[in-house]
Write a protein that binds this ligand. Sequence first.
Ligand code: ZN
Length: 253
Amino acid sequence: MISCSQGDTLKVELGDFNAKLDYRAEFMGKDYAVLQADGSCRCYIGIPADAAPGNYYLKITEKKKKKTVSISNIVVDIAMKEFPAENLVFTPDKKSIMAQDNSGERETIGGAVANETPCGMWTSSFSMPVQGRISSAFGAVRKSGSVVLWRHKGIDISAKSGTEIKAPESGRTILVNGDFIFHGKTVVLDHGLGITSIYMHMEEISVTEGQVLKKGDRIGTVGNTGLSTASHLHWGIYVHGIPVDPVWWTENR
Ligand SMILES: [Zn+2]
């Protein structure tokens, strides 16, 4: 049995595999390719923050001569996580941003963070893109008074405007937008194997779309653009389009 919590990342790695066969994983009704890269055979699965706690089956199959065979069926126990509730207080100019339609921005970002590249571009655990205090945790339930707004899809790292943001691992810039009204100046990196990361509310963007960055390369600087209540970096990590706690990625790979 594998134990995990809401918002975690599940790393599925086959100890024994045949380089000539295709492997797949099935979990919560979704199908994932288990890919062979850097001498291992693995895939990553995001556990949604709002997944119902309980037991689920992780089914691994191999395909041999057009025949798909189940090779393991593992119970994954998803535990409930206590997510904090936060009350957001916006200044009048930020409140006017709230009133605007942001569906176009959300759609563009949703497409970028779900990008799939079959090879991984990183070799170690991720570093924090900015040094600073985590002022808002992943999964926090955001409210404005008694109105529930949304669940926080990343972490907020508190830092002064102008603080340099560095790539936490190697990746390619797949979205660079300086005009988002709601999300502010935004960059999305594709790290491969279905892993993407997002940087929001930036003051200055130093990269262009399609650029390949190494770990530690400058992405831009921390700001307070878009619907933001103070200078900070919103950093998110997505696993096949599912937002997960980025902190896991700074401790594992
Ligand atoms: Zn945030």
